[in-house]
Structures are given as C-alpha cells and as structure tokens.
Design a protein around this ligand. Sequence first.
Ligand SMILES: Nc1ncnc2c1ncn2[C@@H]1O[C@H](COP(=O)(O)OP(=O)(O)OP(=O)(O)O)[C@@H](O)[C@H]1O
Ligand SMILES: [Mg+2]
Length: 305
Amino acid sequence: MFVGRKEEGRAVLLSVRAGRGVVLVGPPGYGKSALLQELKPALEAWGVVVWADKLAPFGAFLKDLFRGLWDARIPVEGVGISKDLEADLRTWGKRYPSNDEKAKSLVKALRAYAENGVNRAAVVVDDATGVQGSMVPWLVALAEVANLVLAAHPDTLKKANTKRLWMRLDRVDLPPLSPKESRALAEALVERYGVVAEDREVYLSRVVALSGGIPGEIERLVRYVSAEDIVRNRDVGTGYAEGLAQREERGVALAPILLVAGGVAIAARYLGLARGEMDLYVAGGLGIAAFVVLAPWLRKAVVAR
Ligand SMILES: Nc1ncnc2c1ncn2[C@@H]1O[C@H](COP(=O)(O)OP(=O)(O)OP(=O)(O)O)[C@@H](O)[C@H]1O
Ligand SMILES: [Mg+2]
C-alpha cells in the first residue's frame, strides 16, 4: 500500500507533461523508487517510458536504454528490430563499439522518435546517484530529446561537474511523511507482516516517532525489529547508513587489538623457545593458531553482521 506523495507525484507528472525533465530528490529510504513505481501507469498513459535502474556503470545504463527503445519499437539506426533482443543488442554493440557511439545512437533514435509528432519518450532512472561528470554531456543531450525523470540523493546534486544537468531539470523534493501518513503506513505494514504487539497503540506511536517519517525506516522497524524492543524502548538500531558507519567504526577499533594479540602470541612463542619453557612455547603456538583462525572470522563478524 502506498501513502501520501500526492503533491510530489503531481509535480513530477506536470513536468513530464510540459515536456520537461525532473529530478526527484530525497535521502535513502524516503521513497523515491516507490513513488516512481507508483507513477509508472500515469507516465505510460502519457507516452513511451524507457526505464533504467541506474546510471552507473554507464555502459549498463546505455544497454538498459537500448532495451527500452527496443521494447517500444523505436529503431536505432543500423540495427534492426528482430524477434531476438539479445541478437539485436549484439548487432548494436558491434556497430557502435564505444560508449560515446552507443550514447549518440540512442540520442539520435530518440530525436527521430520525438520528431514524429508524438509525445516525447520519458527516460526514467530509478537511481541516478552514480552520475559522473563524464556522463553529463550525454544526459544533457538525452534531456533535449526525451523527458528525463531521475531519482537522486541531495548529495548527488553537489557532485563535481554535474550542475549543467540539474540546471535543466525541474526539482521535486521528497520530505518525510506526515505523522498521519506514517501511522497509516505503519498500520498497513503491521497487517502485512502480522506483527503482534501487546499494546498496539503504544507500539504504533513508537514506530512513528522512531522513524522520523521516513518510509524506509518505518518498514525496517516493523519488519525487522521485535515489537517488544520497540515498545520497551530498547536499542532498536538505526537506519541502514548509520548502522553501516557504526560497524565500520567498530571494525577499525578492533583491528589494532587483533594485531597486538597476534604479536603477543608470536613473542610468547619465541620467548618460550629461547628460555626452554615448553608451556609458554605451546601457549604461543596456540595463540597464533587462534589468531589465524579468529582474525578473518572476527573481521567478518564486525563488518558483515
Ligand atoms: N509513500 C510510500 N508509501 C508506502 N511505502 C513506501 C512509501 N515510500 C516508500 N515506501 C517504502 O519504503 C521503502 C523505501 O523506499 P524506497 O526504496 O522507494 O526509497 P528510495 O528513496 O528509493 O531509497 P534509495 O535512495 O535507497 O533508493 C520501500 O520498501 C518502499 O516500498
Ligand atoms: Mg531507490
């Protein structure tokens, strides 16, 4: 179930219908992908929609575009539209070996399509965070022959040499959900995942408060954190990005400890040997063995838990 985003959705459609490109801006988990998915039928009702998952790597993005054009039966010069997409992809790859040539062929195809007098195609990219300065000229060219709809994080807009692109696009920001919307989403997810809480009211208002209105966070809390932990106000963790940062910190702190422990074991072994103390020698050996076995395992536990 999808909640809210009426205004933002309308703004995106308005831009596209006016023949403009648009960038949907929000941090991870704010629901950019979910909104684009929700808008898909309306976009398709307006014109051809070419969908790509992400901008980077650029070669994969161009391939996605080719597939989209192929599905829409928009021909690329020198490449037929046979029954076999893979075969046509190979033909295209051979005829236009470099990414620049590939991009050019796609821009040309979209231009010819737009000149037919139909609505311009919409090129939707679900994740434009991988944008690089080197892609910008091609994206600007695409924006001239199609309506770009990109989703990006606020930081993406600050990337070097990308300003020329954002300048050309309308911008729609996704704020957190309102408390009312958050609550509606939390309730729907509680139903979906069959969460049982002793006190449903307390549970729901805690989820809404903890999530800060971020839909991805509401989903994480309902799905992966026990109702008991949420109600008892225990450590319920943080969002994905923060969690990752914390794990990295712990990993760094653990590294010197591991190193020192390994060094101590080696020193003990030598000392044991030099003094003829068999116990120390054996203990050092065991220490080294433990270090060898545990170090990679510990690192994994810290990084990947
Ligand atoms: N308006 C909404 N109504 C219901 N569920 C939503 C809504 N927005 C987002 N969600 C859910 O929240 C989760 C995160 O949303 P989504 O993946 O769209 O975020 P995103 O902004 O695309 O994040 P990222 O930048 O990481 O790609 C998804 O499971 C999605 O289904
Ligand atoms: Mg997304």
